[in-house]
Design a protein around this ligand. Structure first.
Ligand SMILES: [Zn+2]
Length: 152
């Protein structure tokens, strides 16, 4: 059973903290030997399932992939194509909480996530489970291009 009650895209404080905690756990798995900037993401889908991802770098730098797209790929591969919220954390090891910045999704990830939302997806960027900012994807990707643009 999911720990999340998905209703009208609003999460309780406890649910937000659970999602951020999952992102922090995913961050621990990040493969970032080049930048040492480890990112974790936890993606909540409308069916209540959560998929996580971490950044995976590559010696051929351009071949790496972000945590957010890693999580999204997992979700789609498991049959979840309706995204409700994502939590993202990112910092180098050894950073204390006040030293951590907020790791917003990059432009490519914003576009990638936009494919699987109704425009009301919440994006939580966090330094810890209690220190975070809530955004909605539409504000991070104004006038985003999506599936509706291809409709006749
Ligand atoms: Zn990205």
């Amino acid at each position: 059973m999911s720990e999340f009650k998905v209703r009208d895209n609003e999460l309780s404080e406890l649910e937000v903290q659970t999602l951020i905690r999952a992102a922090i756990t995913a961050r621990d798995k990040a493969y970032a030997p080049y930048s040492e900037f480890k990112v974790g993401a936890a993606l909540l889908c409308s069916d209540g399932r959560v998929f996580s991802g971490c950044n995976v770098e590559n010696a051929a730098y351009g071949a790496g992939i972000c945590a957010e797209r890693g999580a999204a790929m997992q979700a789609v591969a498991e049959g979840s194509e309706s995204f409700v919220a994502i939590a993202v954390v990112g910092w180098k090891d050894g950073k204390s909480e006040p030293e951590r910045g907020l790791a917003y999704p990059c432009g490519i990830c914003r576009q990638f996530l936009n494919e699987f939302t109704d425009g009301r997806m919440s994006v939580y960027v966090a330094r810890s489970i209690t220190d975070y900012e809530k955004n909605d994807l539409a504000s991070l990707l104004p006038h985003g291009f999506g599936p509706k643009n291809l409709e006749d």
